[in-house]
Structure formats: structure tokens, C-alpha cells
Design a protein around this ligand. Structure first.
Ligand code: B16
Ligand code: MG
Length: 218
């Protein structure tokens, strides 16, 4: 029996990917890497420092940056990103997700956040959603990021549920792998070809409802 939900944030609750994209595009220009849509897509769910490394690896100057310079680039990206997410309001919640979260809350499901983003608390506050979640896994305390199961294991601990009672919601392939590894029911939001390891799939957030989930579980 399902008793709770563990949510990814970027791409599931809010469309912050376009802001990450804008800020990383600026970094790419600065380090001489050509910015492409494929590169943007591959950064979804990937931590800040790993994302920077991927951007550097896509250019011709990857070895020319010291650890100190990399940290400065990541800090600058994050400040630019934070300026963009300060403009977020509850109107930026992805279609249907406010309804889903409030109806799950009313029905007594426990909810937590499993996001790779260190900015998750700020984003939830901007969206007015903080009060619905029992807790947010702090990605700074993880040994390994998605696709490792650790973040979703911790998200189930936050709501004090065994993995089989939890549905994990994700928009990235790395995230689906993490949910499956944690022994939870994976719910993918997006292209079923990209998320082909998901137990349940919805092409868009507006289709994610308690009734639609129940129908697919049978
Ligand atoms: P930050 P999610 C991820 O969030 C994003 O998809 C990814 O693009 C980003 O680099 C990562 O968070 C870290 O974010 O720089 O804010 O700590 O999809 O796991 O909610
Ligand atoms: Mg995501």
C-alpha cells in the first residue's frame, strides 16, 4: 500500500531547468564550450560541480582550470541562478502539481523532497510549498548523487516509510535509476523512451493525479 511520495524538484514541481540552462550557458561561453540542447539535457539531475565538469569536458580547455577556478565558476553560476529563481512565484509550479500535492496532503500521504539542488529550500519557499513536505534531503550530506539510490533511500527515511510504500517522482533517467535502486515504485514524468526504466510513466505533470496513479498500479 502506498503511503507517501518522494519528489524530485527540478522538472517535476517547477521548471527551473531553463534557469539552470541560462546560467550554465553563460559559464559555457566563458570557458569556451559550445552550448547545445543535448548538453543542457544531460545536466538534468546532475550536481553543480559535476555539471561544471561536464561543461569543461565538452570544450577544449578542460585541463586548464585549477580547483580554485572551478569553485569560482560554480559560485558565479549559482549567484546568477539564484537571481533567476528569486523571480519564481506559485504561478511557476508545473501544471497540475499544486493540485496533486494538496490532494495528496489532504488524503494523508507523507511527502519529502529528493532533489540534487542545494537551492531546493529557497525554490519551495518561492513556490509557497514548504509546508506540504515533512522534510528535504540535504544533498550536501550525500556520499553519491543520482543515479546512486542514496538520495531516495534518505527521502523515505524522512517520511519514516518502507520503500515499497513510497512512490518516487522523477523527470530524469538518473533519478529513475536512483528510485529503482532504493526499492520504491518509480514514476517517470516525460518521454517514456528516455524514462524506459520507470515502473509508471506520465508524459506530463498535468496527468499526475491520485486517480491516474491508482489506475496504472492495477
Ligand atoms: P544546485 P533536481 C538538479 O535538481 C538539477 O536538475 C540540476 O540541473 C542541478 O545542477 C542540480 O539540481 C544541482 O542544483 O546547483 O541548485 O545545487 O532535478 O535533482 O531537483
Ligand atoms: Mg529533475
Amino acid at each position: 500500500e502506498i503511503k507517501g511520495f518522494a519528489f524530485d524538484l527540478d522538472g517535476v514541481i517547477a521548471d527551473t531547468a531553463r534557469f539552470h540552462g541560462q546560467a550554465w550557458h553563460q559559464t559555457a561561453d566563458e570557458v569556451g564550450t559550445t552550448w547545445t540542447e543535448e548538453l543542457a539535457e544531460s545536466l538534468k539531475g546532475i550536481s553543480r560541480m559535476d555539471s561544471l565538469q561536464m561543461i569543461l569536458d565538452h570544450g577544449d580547455h578542460a585541463d586548464e582550470f585549477s580547483q580554485e577556478q572551478k569553485e569560482a565558476l560554480a559560485t558565479k553560476k549559482n549567484l546568477n541562478y539564484q537571481k533567476l529563481i528569486e523571480t519564481l512565484t506559485p504561478d511557476d509550479i508545473l501544471p497540475g502539481m499544486l493540485d496533486f500535492i494538496t490532494s495528496a496532503d489532504k488524503a494523508g500521504y507523507k511527502m519529502s523532497i529528493a532533489s540534487a539542488s542545494k537551492n531546493a529550500p529557497l525554490i519551495l519557499k518561492q513556490l509557497g510549498l514548504t509546508k506540504y513536505f515533512v522534510g528535504i534531503v540535504d544533498p550536501a550530506t550525500l556520499h553519491a548523487g543520482k543515479p546512486d539510490p542514496e538520495i531516495f533511500v534518505r527521502a523515505a527515511e524522512v517520511i519514516d516509510l518502507v520503500p515499497e510504500s513510497v512512490i518516487g517522482l522523477e523527470d530524469s533517467a538518473a533519478g529513475i535509476e536512483s528510485i529503482n535502486g532504493a526499492g520504491q515504485v518509480s514514476l517517470g514524468i516525460g518521454d517514456p523512451k528516455v524514462l524506459n526504466k520507470a515502473a509508471l510513466n506520465f508524459e506530463q505533470t498535468s496527468l499526475v493525479t491520485l486517480d491516474n496513479i491508482a489506475a496504472k498500479m492495477n
